[in-house]
Design a protein around this ligand. Sequence first.
Ligand SMILES: [Zn+2]
Length: 301
Amino acid sequence: MSDQVLKFLMADGAVRIEAVSLTSTWQELNRHRSLPPAVNAMLGELVAASTLLAATLKFNGSLVLQIQGDGPVRLAVVECAAGFGVRAAIKLSPEAAVPEHASFRDLVNASGQGRFVIVLDPKDKLPGQQAYTGIVPLVGNTLAESLDYYFASSEQLPTLVHLAANETCAAGLLVQRMPAEGGKEVTDIDAWDRARHLAATIKREELLGLPAQEVVRRLFWEEPLAVKAEQPVRFSCTCSREKVAGVLRMLGAAEIESILAEQGKVSVNCEYCDTRYEFDAVDAALAVRGSPDAEPGGAVH
Ligand SMILES: [Zn+2]
């Protein structure tokens, strides 16, 4: 079965429930990396979180979770594009020694200087429209705690997130109290309490070992749930030779010539999928000059 993020509503819409379990997507996304186990688990949790967060939004575009860490992890970026195509990039500190059981805090906020932002980048931006950026306070020891705090403080939505990841699986569960709509009476005021208590009983082994559907069934079997959506998730990188050419153009002729003089060619590896793009002297010159069908400017990504 393909990887999916599942969305349900409980108690006539009083509570939102989402679950995700990524196996093939997670393994493919991470195939070219060999990370210390604690870092690998952190990246997997970030990937699962990106799909859960994207699934809470009515939004056509990319959701990016970006952490600039002050510990062994210098940068972690996960992007969940419209249609749930996910990809991730990570950079470790060169002198990083990662203890096996390093916590999220140890990895990215060891001395309290870490930064965690959520960026929502609309697919078809109107002229002058900016991406939305929200700051996620790095509180507690886990990524899930930071996200709970973000939803409660920035979005005023009580939320409970559970995340887990290992070599083969990246999984998560999110329960969230929904705002009452347009003064509508909330008929089931205990629903949120029930939902968060049930969700709190989930075990790490269950999240990692069971399909998302089964996780939800086991926890909420006494609650009639309305199925809202089952959305397929896949690994997808949007890099291209044209985008890399755009980056070479931004570096400028002088810089490119010095790389050519030193190495005989320019090679660039995509930080997300590790695809290698090579430009010999002729290709590099064309790239710097900019061919009419190349994409203007922009980043590799
Ligand atoms: Zn790529």
